[in-house]
Write a protein that binds this ligand. Structure first.
Ligand code: BES
Ligand code: ZN
Length: 481
């Protein structure tokens, strides 16, 4: 029996008033051992159709779902909503790969550190307060939809301010919930069909009433960490090699409904999701270590090892140091399970050791004032930046992009001179890379013709990258002597 099951059984027994069979039932998959334990306790609340590979396809009553949700301490056993009996049974047959599709390396230390310096907890605090101010984001309430539309508007405003044309948002409408999800995409410059995805749920739930469900830690905090990450990436004008997506999911709290529909569509369309990382609850520091990597069977240990290596590299000491450890949810407790379920490598770094997490979640007391500092969420924003930048990698500049007709360059006395041949645009920025591909110099310009001084650099071979106001970019090799 799994470690949490005894807790669950005790809880369910403790609250065992005869539960009347009423309301609608839901198809789902869940841990097969849990399904059997529940069946023994409440034979009328669950029908088990089939069990395979540790999972069972079931029909569960609405009352049982309430019981599971009210169980604040252990939160479970979890279940994944399935649209029909057939879909539940089919889900048992999924043979998952769950290894990242690409080899991940750590190569962007200078740039990542510059990004980490920019993470600002004030923005995170403001975003959590914004999101809790809806009063509820329960999936079938109008406030939930409004929160998603406002989230999109927030991202759109950041994108507009950045002047980027390669960053977009879209609303994703669902079948099994009236609440939409929202997705931000930064197009990959070199391998756009490889996706690096990070997300969290934006809905909330509470007992006794879903009308009073501020969901500050669960999960305004995760969304706020994601927003700060996006803000920094745009401020630093990060153009990834792989496509990055940031997702705010609908209806996680009723069985991972939003993420399940999106992950399934990605799998059906053969989209290469290199890796998925979930942020759900980043605000409350309940344990000795800062970040807890969940190690449940459906998580990718390769991806967990990568996140640990990133933290060893960037957070072990210095200005951005924090600690990490490992824990287990015991069941498919958040949206990463939807991605794992569809065969993608998924990870879920969590705010505390399971059981020491914020005790107020799923109640009206899950407000910002309970933790009252953005500092814990700041650490997740930093881990998110490390993951996105290192996994998606900066754009690979091809020297073939250079067009002699568009721009003329000559280098003399360690001064690089340039002139645009047609005057449709201005040079906005010049960056210089060394042969290792590291950016060693960058200057903002606003002219058709000019020069930059490169006296501080040694004799050698370099690459200059010109970004124009109109979005075009040119790259050329040059020699300093
Ligand atoms: N944020 C929770 C998951 C969580 C809670 C993880 C406590 C670790 C500790 C999430 O929003 C949630 O409530 N998930 C549901 C599962 C889902 C399948 C309905 C849960 O745990 O009850
Ligand atoms: Zn929750």
């Amino acid at each position: 029996m799994k470690k949490f099951t005894s807790g669950i059984v005790a809880f369910l027994l403790f609250s065992a008033v005869a539960i009347a069979q009423q309301g609608t039932s839901v198809y789902a998959t869940m841990d097969a051992t849990d399904a059997v334990s529940i069946k023994e306790l409440f034979p009328n609340e669950i029908t088990i159709f089939e069990s395979k590979h540790t999972q069972a396809a079931v029909l569960i009553s609405e009352e049982l779902i309430h019981k599971i949700h009210d169980n604040v301490k252990t939160h479970g056993p979890g279940y994944i909503f399935r649209a029909s009996e057939e879909k539940a049974i089919q889900a048992l047959d999924r043979t998952a790969n769950r290894n990242p599709l690409v080899d991940f390396t750590i190569t962007e230390t200078t740039f990542v550190n510059e990004c980490l310096d920019l993470v600002d907890g004030t923005n995170i605090e403001n975003d959590i307060l914004d999101l809790q101010s809806y009063g509820t984001r329960y999936h079938n309430k109008p406030q939930a939809e409004q929160a998603v539309l406002d989230q999109q508007a927030k991202w759109d405003a950041m994108i507009l301010a950045s002047g980027r044309t390669d960053v977009h948002t879209r609303i994703y409408e669902h079948v099994n919930t009236p609440m939409p999800s929202v997705i931000l995409t930064i197009d990959g410059a070199n391998t756009p069909n490889e996706f690096v995805i990070i997300g969290g749920h934006i809905d909330s739930t509470a007992s006794p009433s879903n009308n009073d469900s501020s969901g500050a830690d669960d999960n305004a905090s995760g969304i706020a960490s994601l927003n700060e990450m996006v803000r920094v990436l745009l401020e630093k004008d990060f153009v990834p090699n792989r496509t990055i997506e940031v997702m705010a999911f609908a209806a996680e709290e009723i069985g991972l409904v939003g993420s399940a529909e999106i992950a399934e569509e990605y799998a059906n369309n053969g989209i290469n999701v290199a890796a998925y990382v979930q942020f759900d609850m980043t605000g409350y520091q309940g344990s000795n270590s800062d970040i807890y990597l969940t190690t449940d069977w459906y998580n990718s240990s390769t991806l967990n090892n990568y996140l640990a290596a990133l933290m060893d590299n960037y957070n072990a000491s210095g200005a951005h140091s924090f600690t990490y450890n490992y824990t287990e949810c015991g069941y498919g407790c958040s949206d990463h399970a939807s991605w794992a379920d569809n065969g993608f490598a998924a990870a879920f770094p969590f705010e505390a050791d399971f059981g020491e997490h914020n005790p107020n979640i799923h109640t009206s007391a899950d407000t910002y004032s309970f933790f009252n500092t953005p500092e814990h969420s700041v650490k997740f924003a930093k881990l998110g930046l490390e993951f996105l930048i290192e996994a998606a990698k900066p754009q690979i500049l091809s020297v073939d992009d250079f067009s002699e007709n568009a721009i003329r360059v000559f280098v003399k006395d360690k001064t690089l001179n340039y002139r645009l041949n047609n005057t449709v645009s201005n040079v906005k920025e010049i960056s210089v890379y060394n042969v290792a591909g590291q950016k060693i110099f960058s200057e903002v310009m606003n002219n058709e013709e000019g020069s930059v001084q490169l006296q501080q650099f040694a004799q050698g071979f370099y690459i200059a990258h010109f970004t124009l106001e109109n979005g075009h970019a040119f790259t050329t090799k040059f020699i300093l002597n």
